[in-house]
Design a protein around this ligand. Structure first.
Ligand code: PHE
Length: 467
């Protein structure tokens, strides 16, 4: 019976370890770095509200689907989909959804590592006292210098990628637990400290209004970005949560566990936003600053409070670790697949995959300096160009990879997983795997997975095309 299968990669000691690992995957740069700058870019409250709705109605059902598929098959995503499809007489070609997911995960990792590297860089800068007593303008210029220096970025990108590969080569199950048990709660505490500081800036209410005032006219623009980010933030749509589900003990309840992980992740995002925006306003910075928002705002805050230097060092270490645990979950589906399929060692696979991501990540490194002027998908007064050097509009290399992965591939992957659980596996298998106590809870969950999530994804895509 499929429910008795055991994964060859090991399994989590308990439900608690799954929660730690899945939270480690979900909470990362997505919550702390990306969420605030996207809120800033897409106009505040409207984005936040759509994001929350997408988490609840689309992200969580897809996350449940991924987990139950993984746990039922106890294999890497590609093999899991193929095996479960075969069980019910459906084509094994479903595994293509997982292959697309693996590729997406590697593409995400390519830029994730670059930004993770910024955090590592900032640990040292903080420790040296570079931000003590500086003005917001000076921090802005500092950040500009950091990202303007390709060699510096390559160095930290390499450190990040190398260290992630070492952890993954050793196997996810053992290594993650110990570090996350301490680091995650500590990160949380430091965010609370930052929140405390925000309250003293005199701009706290302004920050709250920005985060939560709803402006209907901004909804449409932020729709696809918010949905894409809901996937990104929860780590769903690529198979990361599916592979972690494959290591989940049979006795653990999927529903409660996944909801806790999603709540924690969302809470960290909101906390990061609520802590950050008052500082942004107090410092006279621009909320729509883009990817540099956190790297300019927080050093300024740490630079102007007592013990800020120590807190800043600890904070960026924790962000680095949070990014790390997410990076590992990005590599894991592909590593597990290749190990299962070709019986090659984890170390070998991890090394080569990390190297490929590292190489591709150079494109993101150069987006901030040498290739700053290289713009793709330019649509301005002069018409549409696939590529143009020096155009005002358009996306840089990082923008293209981010757009393609977060806004297209993650939702498409999620769509496939939800349809697979909701329509292909069959109600009885899903009910058995979810093992919910109340029949009504199961009915509601199955309804979300089968109808609401897939339709929601299609509606958002349609709205984007039509707008
Ligand atoms: N959820 C992670 C973050 O928010 C990123 C991630 C995306 C990890 C997809 C795994 C899969 O930082």
């Amino acid at each position: 019976m499929s429910s008795e299968k055991v994964s060859v990669h090991g399994s989590w000691a308990s439900r608690w370890v799954f929660i730690l690992a899945a939270t480690g995957s979900a909470v990362g740069l997505g919550s702390i770095w990306k969420f605030p700058y996207m809120v800033g870019e897409y106009g505040g409250g409207a984005f936040v509200l759509v994001f929350l709705a997408c988490i609840a109605l689309i992200g969580v059902p897809v996350m449940l689907a991924e987990t139950l598929i993984g746990r039922r098959a106890r294999q890497s995503p590609a093999n899991a989909l193929a095996a479960l499809a075969r069980d019910v007489g459906q084509p094994a070609a479903w595994s293509w959804a997982a292959f697309a997911g693996m590729l997406t995960a590697l593409l995400i990792l390519s830029f994730y590592s670059v930004v993770g590297g910024w955090s590592f860089d900032y640990i040292l800068d903080m420790a040296k006292g570079d931000f003590q007593g500086v003005t917001p303008d000076q921090v802005g210029a500092y950040f500009g210098n950091v990202i303007g220096d390709p060699l510096r970025l390559i160095f930290w990108h390499s450190v990040f990628m190398f260290t992630s590969a070492v952890v993954i080569a050793k196997g996810v199950v053992g290594g993650l637990e110990r570090s996350l048990r301490i680091m995650m709660p500590l990160l949380f505490v430091l965010l609370l400290v930052l929140l405390g500081y925000s309250m003293t800036t005199g701009h706290f209410m302004q920050g709250l209004h920005f985060m939560f005032d709803f402006d209907a006219s901004k909804v449409l623009d932020g729709l696809l970005p918010a949905m894409g980010h809901a996937f990104f933030s929860l780590s769903v749509g690529v198979g990361s949560i599916m592979i972690y589900g494959a290591y989940m003990p049979k006795s653990a309840s999927i529903g409660g566990t996944i909801v806790s992980v999603a709540l924690l992740d969302t809470f960290v995002s909101l906390l990061a936003g609520v802590a950050l925006f008052p500082i942004v306003f107090a410092a006279g910075l621009n909320p729509s600053e883009g990817p540099g928002l956190m790297f300019v705002t927080l050093p300024y805050a740490f630079g102007s409070v007592p013990f800020g230097q120590v807190m800043g060092v600890v904070f960026f270490i924790l962000v680095g670790v949070a990014a790390w645990s997410s990076a590992i979950s990005l590599l894991e589906p592909m590593v597990a697949y290749l190990v299962e399929r070709h019986k090659i060692s984890r170390a070998w696979v991890s090394t080569w995959l990390a190297l490929a991501c590292w190489l591709f990540g150079l494109g993101t490194v150069f987006s901030f300096n040498l290739w700053k002027e290289a713009k793709f998908f330019v649509n301005d007064a002069a018409g549409f160009h696939l590529y143009q050097w020096g155009a005002q509009a358009g996306l840089d290399f990082f923008g293209v990879v981010d757009f393609f992965t977060s806004r297209i591939m993650l939702p498409l992957g999620g769509l496939c997983f939800a349809v697979f659980a909701g329509w292909v596996m069959g109600r009885a298998a899903v009910r058995d795997e979810l093992a919910m106590r109340h029949p009504l809870a199961f009915e509601a969950t199955f309804f979300l997975m089968r109808y609401v999530a897939p339709c929601g994804i299609l509606i958002v895509f349609a709205a984007q095309l039509w707008k």
